[in-house]
Ligand binder design. Structure first.
Ligand code: CAA
Ligand code: NAD
Length: 298
């Protein structure tokens, strides 16, 4: 492989495991950009929900892309949907795939079970990637024998709209795998950035403490939920307030991420605790007085 386009062309068949909020978005964008995609879910109801969500989102994307060309828009929708398949059988779905993107719930045991069940079935060349928000890619990859073909591809919600893709390599990720992941990200129309396998990568390391602090502000009764959200939209230029965003990400997913961050904070000196302390120091300098505060084990 010598060029970026040759690298991107190496990935034609895509398997997305988990067709929820993120998996359905990833599958949609991959199908929109010409890839053959299979979404794997746990039951027919979940597959139907994923398909319905994709159709709705595709309508919105098409309206924008083909504003004055309805016939071309119809063709784009038809062709995109024709590239999407669904499956309830993960082992069958990975038999002829170039990349597996795992987007199931944020639970290490579940991700381990999934990857270990397909490691010996997927073709040798197949890249495994996780869309985890907060778990260590190295931990997730530990159950497989293809660590050189393993990495993190962290998309953002809503996937058809958000332009960023974080590409995470672990020490074992080969240069070829890394280059294929970067090239594929670009082929999906995303801007890629690279980050080490570090808690929260770039975006969540900075964003999630903000979400957590907004919940604490609400709990302390400092301001109403509406005023916290309005403040960050109008005072800091965020498209959504932090409480609205936590809900948009999914309060369950936000809680999973916080649980992982808390576990990480106990061994990483530079995690949430440090960010909280930095905030306290900043407020002290702003207010010109010392605050007394307690940090509980939880
Ligand atoms: N599919 C397709 N198009 C969509 C869409 C979707 N699901 N959601 C919104 N859009 C499109 C709309 O059709 C609209 O298009 P036009 O400009 O052509 O009208 C455009 O996006 C804007 O949408 P809206 O007018 O409905 O609303 P908005 O201006 O408030 O934008 C938003 C919606 C893009 C979601 C915006 O509010 C936003 O950027 N919010 C913050 C999202 C964010 O921070 N995401 C990252 C979360 S963190 C994460 O994902 C990582 C993690 O691990 C947790
Ligand atoms: P979600 O709950 O919307 O979707 C998860 C889906 O996985 C569900 O539809 C569930 O039925 C399916 N699933 C569970 N077990 C499965 C299995 N064994 N096989 C196939 N499918 C299975 O969650 P989500 O928000 O899409 O998050 C998925 C992953 O993406 C998580 O790791 C999360 O941390 C990460 N992520 C989430 C966001 C976000 O904003 N929500 C953003 C970036 C990354």
């Amino acid at each position: 492989f010598s060029s970026s386009s040759a690298m991107a062309a190496a990935i034609k068949n895509v398997t997305v495991i988990g067709g929820g909020l993120m998996g359905s978005g990833i599958a949609q964008v991959a199908a929109q950009t010409g890839h053959q995609v299979t979404i794997v879910e746990v039951n027919e109801g979940a597959l139907k929900k994923a398909q319905d969500g994709i159709e709705k989102s595709l309508q919105r994307v098409t309206k924008k892309l083909y504003k004055d060309k309805p016939a071309e828009g119809e063709k784009f929708i038809k062709e995109t949907l024709s590239r999407l398949k669904t499956s309830l059988d993960v082992k069958e779905a990975v038999k002829n795939t170039d990349i597996v993107i795992e987007a199931v719930v944020e639970n290490l045991d579940l991700k381990h079970k999934l990857f270990s069940s397909i490691d010996s079935i997927a073709p040798e060349h197949t890249i495994f990637a996780s869309n985890t928000s907060s778990l260590s890619i190295q931990d997730i990859a530990s159950v497989t024998k293809r660590k050189d073909r393993f990495g993190g591809l962290h998309f953002f919600n809503p996937v058809p709209v958000m332009k960023l893709l974080e590409v995470i390599r672990i020490p074992e990720t080969s240069d070829e795998t890394y280059e294929k992941m970067m090239a594929w990200g670009k082929a999906l129309g995303k801007t890629t950035i690279t980050c080490k396998d570090t808690p929260g990568f770039v975006v969540n390391r900075l964003l999630v403490p903000l979400l957590a602090e907004s919940v604490r502000m609400l709990e302390r009764g400092d301001a109403t939920a509406r005023d916290i959200d309005t403040a960050m939209k109008l005072g800091a230029g965020y498209p959504m307030g932090p409480l609205e965003l936590a809900d948009y990400v999914g309060n369950d997913t936000t809680k999973f991420i916080l649980d992982v961050s808390r576990a990480v904070a106990s061994w990483s000196k530079a995690s949430c605790l440090e960010l909280v302390l930095q905030n306290v120091l900043w407020f002290e300098s702003l207010w010109g007085k010392k605050f007394s505060y307690e940090i509980s084990a939880s």
